[in-house]
Design a protein around this ligand. Structure first.
Ligand SMILES: Cc1cc2nc3c(=O)[nH]c(=O)nc-3n(C[C@H](O)[C@H](O)[C@H](O)COP(=O)(O)OP(=O)(O)OC[C@H]3O[C@@H](n4cnc5c(N)ncnc54)[C@H](O)[C@@H]3O)c2cc1C
Length: 410
């Protein structure tokens, strides 16, 4: 569909944004038998930035498979499962664990693949389930009242719906139009995140490796994670580092060659600098309980623990269930309550995830006392495995899941 200034027929539900959260919401609505339209500002073949979310948790695979049977196996077939993880401190291994391969026919414990592939597979599932897509529809205006929502696009088209899901990412126009603030901070310190393509002639063991104080990069922390077709490398910069210098040209090449074979430094596909945002929307819905925010429209977390896309999928699942309940409700009060329950429970999960990612960030930027604790743990890890295990898991934050509202189990 091309941009237009026409008024479109009213829909029961419109999703704004065709990223992973928006497509999951659309799939979930189709699973309830509801018609759904996705308005996406970009073209179908729009370029997407880097490989971003690579780690898809088992809980996410379970949700997606419930919404579209076979989807988990499809994602799994395009991803990889690393079975070994290692943690080093100052170049010395302090923890290693190798897991057995997942038994055939069972769901993988996670899968690791570029986000572009996840999105391609989600789009295929959406199409197969009858989701309507309208591309090149940049939503700029949102107006809601007790009866529904009207959206306006930059090109002047008007779209009306009973309910809208705002899944339009970190700069969400939907959230801004509703006047909902983001609460939280930007983390201190810079990180460089790069993707490099697998050198098939010189493959590396598919192991997740974390280095505290890597001796070959002047004591910076480094995380290496394999995904299907490549490697994600996170470099944590020192306070006096210049992020621009180390994220391109000779600066990038020098540190990458110090930790990976030269052919990997020659295959960098994407490099970016980050100061991570740790923010959650003040409310996940509007005053009339007609617009529901999901994914990065509602929250931004540091990536440690892989909570961004994964929690966006859970938000989207809950939002669709709330709208299904609201549309089936016989009173306006019950319809409002369904949306309010969604907002409260998913905001609570957002706050939990923000704090959990914050715990990981604090661990990675220790003060003097915490640094002593890390050094003591590294020194004792050979005798006491629990110390090595702590060093291995702490960079990702708490392992428990956020609290969730059970009324949406179906
Ligand atoms: C380096 C990095 C690593 C990451 N690693 C992980 C990881 O391993 N695991 C994980 O779970 N998460 C990870 N994340 C986070 C993950 O990438 C995001 O959480 C995820 O993309 C958010 O999905 P979304 O659908 O909410 O938003 P987006 O992916 O941003 O999608 C939003 C969509 O809305 C469209 N849009 C925007 N504005 C409008 C508008 N006005 N009108 C209509 N459409 C609009 C956009 O074009 C886009 O298609 C990582 C992020 C980064 C940057």
């Amino acid at each position: 569909m091309s941009p237009s200034t026409e008024d479109h027929a009213r829909r029961p539900v419109i999703v704004v944004g065709g990223g992973p959260a928006g497509m999951t919401a659309a799939l979930a609505l189709r699973a309830f038998g509801r018609p759904v339209t996705v308005l996406e500002s970009g073209a179908e073949d729009r370029p997407r930035p880097g490989s971003r979310a690579i780690f898809v948790h088992k809980a996410t695979l379970e949700i997606l498979d419930r919404l579209s049977p076979g989807l988990a196996a499809d994602l799994d077939a395009h991803g990889l499962v690393w079975q070994t993880k290692r943690t080093f401190y100052g170049g010395r291994e302090v923890f290693a664990r190798t897991y057995p391969p997942p038994p055939p026919g069972t769901l993988a414990p996670f899968t690791s693949l570029p986000q572009v592939d996840t999105e391609r597979i989600l789009l295929r599932a959406c199409r197969a389930s009858g989701v309507e897509f309208a591309w090149n529809q940049e939503v700029t205006g949102v107006s809601s009242d007790a009866d529904g929502v009207t959206l306006t696009t930059r090109a002047g088209a008007r779209w009306a719906a009973d309910y809208v899901i705002g899944a339009d990412g970190s700069r969400s126009s939907v959230r801004k139009a509703l006047g909902i603030e983001m609460e939280g901070d930007r983390s201190d310190g810079w990180y460089i995140v790069i993707d490099t393509e697998e050198d098939e002639a010189n493959p590396l063991p598919t192991e997740r490796i974390f280095h505290y104080a890597h001796p070959r990069v002047e004591g910076r922390n480094v995380l290496l994670v394999p995904f299907a077709g490549g490697w994600r490398v996170d470099l944590q910069l020192h306070d006096d580092d210049d992020p621009d210098e180390l994220s391109q040209g000779e600066g990038l090449d020098t540190w990458l060659r110090a930790i990976m074979p030269a052919s990997y430094a020659e295959r960098v596909r994407w490099a970016s600098t980050y100061q991570f945002l740790q923010m959650v929307a003040a409310d996940y819905t509007d005053a009339h309980r007609r617009v529901l925010l999901v994914g990065e429209a509602a929250h931004l977390f540091a990536p440690f623990g892989a909570r961004g896309l994964n929690s966006g999928v859970a938000d989207a699942d809950s939002a669709a269930a709330a709208i299904h309940l609201a549309l089936s409700s016989t009173t306006a009060e019950r319809a409002r309550a369904a949306v309010e329950d969604f907002s409260i429970s998913r905001r609570r999960a957002g706050l939990y995830n923000r704090d959990a990612a914050g715990t990981a960030l604090a661990h990675l930027r220790p003060g003097p006392e915490e640094r002593t604790r890390l050094e003591e743990a590294a020194a004792g890890a050979a005798e006491d495995e629990s110390l090595g295990k702590w060093l291995d898991t702490a960079p990702y934050g708490p392992v428990a899941s956020p609290p969730c509202n059970t009324i949406y189990k179906y």
